[in-house]
Design a binder for this molecule. Structure first.
Ligand code: UD1
Length: 339
């Protein structure tokens, strides 16, 4: 069975390609390499022994999307990762974000209706919940006004899919709302490859440990949390990748309850920035240079997932720990630093 993975050379995409191949699926990747590197194809191949098909295509080019679906008429399902994800950049370049994240989604959905491709997994984010009223967050928690154009693209994306599912009853989709993906493949062959200065915590931590960054800034220690630093639900990317395969199989086997479903994908456990630093130091036996600075604008205090629905309906649960993720992230960083 053939699965299209858009953004398949990115951080979560590449790990999902591995998970799909390991379950025997044939994978074709579309990626425009705007935030990824072609060497990731080699990394995937080293892990699975199978080189996925690859098309360097920009999904903003509608003619190319049409051409792709004319050439590949055996696609059974699509996992759509290709999108921009830098919150701050989205504030300054909103139109780029709407074009990249919404325009491309529409072209894909149009071609799916055109070519009767029925099964669609969408990358959404816990960012849709904003600052939650209660913790842990269930899927029925209200979607709050988005704090950034990036966050808005995830909310709008979900709405577009909901309307599409209403209009086309044979179309089936699951949106996965990710919490904070971290870590790398335990083989050390694939991981996160941030371009420029990392915006996310763990890549900044590993680059600081590697001496690429001088000091990690901890954004705020005056939050109303036990140690004053903000809390997130950090999930190992390998667990996250697996959830996509399980979700897709739910659609393939027609086990979905409605033709558009939403699941939280997290561990159900919250960790503070300080816990991440201390655990990173402990599992990798090193010291991290860090300093406390002011809060980062737009950051929420505490977010972690209620994962009951994913466990009950998908039969999926995170297996790996934050310790595993921080060990694997450091292993990966050492590999890329040595290159
Ligand atoms: C951010 C986005 C989220 C997006 C996700 C994907 C915001 C508000 N949210 O999540 O919508 O889906 O990235 O990329 O931007 N931190 C530091 N120092 C650093 C970096 C981060 O202290 O150098 C802290 C942050 O303040 C936060 C935690 O670490 O408390 C996690 O930050 P990050 O990895 O950027 O993820 P989010 O902000 O949760």
């Amino acid at each position: 069975m053939k699965v299209l993975v858009t953004g398949g050379l990115g951080f979560i995409g590449s790990h999902t390609v591995v998970a799909l191949q390991e379950k025997g699926y044939e994978v074709v990747i579309i990626d425009n390499l705007s935030n990824s590197d072609i060497s990731v194809l080699d990394g995937i191949t080293r892990i699975t022994g199978v080189r996925p098909e690859f098309e360097k295509t920009d999904l903003r080019d509608k003619a190319k999307v049409i051409d792709f679906f004319n050439r590949y008429n055996d696609i059974e399902g699509i996992i759509h990762f290709a999108a921009s994800k830098a919150v701050n950049e989205s504030v300054h370049q909103p139109l780029l974000y709407y074009e990249n994240n919404i325009g491309t989604l529409i072209y894909l959905l149009q071609q799916m209706q055109e070519k009767a491709v029925r099964n669609f997994i969408f990358s959404s984010s816990c960012t849709v919940y904003g600052e939650p009223d209660t913790l842990p967050i269930t899927e029925s928690a209200p979607v709050k006004p988005a704090l950034s154009p990036y966050g808005n693209t995830k909310q709008i994306g979900e709405e577009i899919i909901r309307d599409t599912a209403k209009a086309y009853p044979k179309f089936k989709s699951i949106a996965l709302r990710y919490f904070n993906p971290i870590g790398a493949h335990p083989s050390g062959h694939i991981g996160e490859l941030p371009l420029g200065v990392p915006q996310n915590l763990v890549p900044f931590v590993t680059q600081t440990a590697a001496g690429i960054r001088e000091v990690l800034s901890v954004f705020g220690d005056d939050y109303s949390t036990p140690d004053g630093t903000a809390i997130r639900d950090y999930i190992h990317v390998v667990d996250l990748a697996e959830s996509h395969v399980i979700a897709l199989e739910r659609l393939f086997e027609n086990r979905q309850k409605t033709n558009f479903e939403i699941f939280n994908i997290g561990t159900g456990r919250g960790s503070s920035v300080m816990e991440i630093i201390k655990t990173f130091e402990k599992v990798n036996t090193l010291k991290l240079n860090y300093k406390i600075v002011g809060r980062r604008e737009g950051d929420v205090t505490a977010v972690w997932a209620d994962t009951d629905l994913a466990e009950k309906e998908l039969g999926w649960k995170a297996r790996l720990t934050m310790e595993d993720a921080l060990r694997d992230a450091w292993h990966w960083q050492q590999n890329i630093s040595a290159k």
